[in-house]
Design a protein around this ligand. Structure first.
Ligand code: BGP
Length: 470
């Protein structure tokens, strides 16, 4: 038997990922309007509240808006060759439906991208990451309204025109399938009494598919050498037992996610939707040209986030759940340990995910989020011994190497929250992901000082050796 080579390809993209609303702060500076994230004081699963009386972590973030130069210098020191962030839609179109963009917002991202490029870090840009203009929710009902396609397309085109020389990697919607799990955050949806929620969520998703495809079209026309991808929250699904009913349940739960990439990568509604829509009384309004748009403008790569797997059973009442199951569904896996927030730790699941997605789609894959949210302790002398984070990341990277050896075309890896940031699910600071510690607590106290954790030095070595030293 000859030896199997396990290594990352030359030119592999190494970096970190954030979202504008979770780091920038400055929520009303520079002409910015209110976004959905700005009115969620308790995270993406809580009801929205725009009374402004609560403490809103997203309003201040980690002040990346003013401190990005210092942070980018730290990313460069770790050797990042790419950095994923979103553009805050509300910095460009404060209410979402203006005809002209806000120059100050555009200039901010010009400066940020210049700073990155100066240090040989490629920006990877998410066009919409959980932060759509609140104006589009209040005045149009969010993505259930077809008019949103036009607003999004206008916004995307402004970005492509403005940053065509600076940004070569784009993503249309962060975790597009989250519209089914956190509909306000994913789609700006607020339901009326008695509304068929599933119908509304899938209608909103349809509008996002068309908007995404039109963005792909515009991106290819305006920046021919750019790559534009989709982004899925992917938790590969296992059956709790080998009971055929459990195995079937797992397939159905998996389809709930891959439905989105089936459309964005393959370009048409998959065959299984017909029955699902009929049984759930879902009737999607489409225009005649939609099918052609979806078919003609497919994404170039598939980006996805991976934090954990999920487990399905036909008899959930007999199984336990974790906090994570409250958001994404499924039951507790008896073979896995979990984080403090009930997110099950499953490195092998990443190899499984990579193989499953590559077998299904045969397009380049990009892991654009992965990481371990934990409570860190800042010790005397500015020390954070986050060995648990190093272990988590190392174990996942080993499985990435295996998947590459399996034949998967994996182009890059951006770990989530390379610098501590506000958590999306809990709106807390104490759930930390970073290689860089930020001195700020849940109540908003702290100096915002940046401190290198043990994992900072570890990741630096990983990148310097292109993943040889894990
Ligand atoms: C993903 C989101 C991110 C991010 C991450 C970690 O779902 O795309 O915005 O926050 O999860 O989740 P959390 O912040 O809840 O720990």
């Amino acid at each position: 038997m000859s030896k199997v080579e396990k290594k990352f390809p030359e030119g592999f993209l190494w970096g970190g990922a954030v979202a504008a609303n979770q780091v920038e702060g400055a929520y009303l500076e520079g002409g910015k309007g209110l976004s959905t994230a700005d009115v969620l004081p308790h995270g993406i699963m809580s009801p929205f509240d725009d009374s402004m009386e609560n403490y809103y972590p997203y309003h201040t973030g980690i002040d990346f808006y003013h401190r990005y130069k210092e942070d980018v210098a730290l990313f460069a020191e770790m050797g990042f060759n790419c950095f994923r962030t979103s553009v805050a839609w509300t910095r460009i179109f404060p209410n979402g439906d203006e005809l002209e963009p806000n120059e100050e917002g555009l200039q901010y991202y010009d400066d940020l991208f210049d700073e990155l490029l100066k240090r040989n870090i490629q920006p990877v840009v998410t066009i919409s990451h959980y932060e759509m203009p609140l104006g589009l929710v209040k005045n149009y009902g969010g993505w259930k309204n077809r008019k949103l396609i036009e607003f999004y397309e206008r916004y995307a085109k402004v970005l492509f025109e403005r940053y065509k020389d600076k940004v070569k990697y784009w993503m249309t919607f962060n975790e597009i399938n989250v519209v089914l799990h956190a509909p306000f955050t994913g789609g700006g949806l607020v339901f009326a009494e008695g509304e068929n929620k599933k119908n509304t969520m899938y209608q909103a998703a349809h509008h996002q598919f068309v908007a995404s495809a039109l963005a792909v079209k515009a991106c290819h026309e305006i920046i021919p050498d750019a790559k534009i991808g989709c982004m899925l929250s992917y938790l590969p699904t296992y059956a709790l037992t080998s009971k055929p009913e459990d195995v079937w349940e797992a397939l159905e739960l998996d389809r709930e996610a891959v439905f989105f990439t089936d459309i964005q990568v393959r370009g048409y509604y998959p065959s299984y939707t017909k029955r699902y829509f009929a049984e759930n009384d879902i009737h999607i309004e489409m225009e005649d040209s939609d099918a052609d748009i979806l078919h003609n403008y497919k994404v170039d790569y598939l980006g996805f986030s991976y934090y954990m797997s999920r487990t399905a059973t036909a008899t959930p009442e007999e199984a336990g759940t974790t906090n994570a199951n409250m958001i994404m569904g499924g039951v507790k896996n008896p073979h896995l340990k979990a984080s403090e927030w009930g997110w099950e730790i499953d490195p092998k699941g990443l190899r499984f995910a990579l193989n499953t997605l590559y077998d299904r789609y045969q397009v380049p894959l990009f892991i654009v989020e992965n990481g371990f949210g934990a409570i860190d302790v800042l010790e005397e002398g500015d020390i954070v011994n986050d060995d648990y984070r190093i272990d988590y990341l190392r174990d996942h990277m080993k499985e990435m190497k295996e998947a590459i050896a399996d034949g998967v075309d994996l182009i890059g890896y951006t770990s989530w929250g390379p610098i501590d940031l506000v958590s999306a699910s809990t709106a807390e600071m104490k759930k930390r992901y970073g290689f860089i510690y930020v001195d700020k607590d849940n109540e908003g106290n702290g100096t915002l000082r940046r401190i290198k954790k043990k994992s900072f030095h570890w990741y630096k070595d990983v990148i310097a050796t292109n993943g040889e030293n894990l």
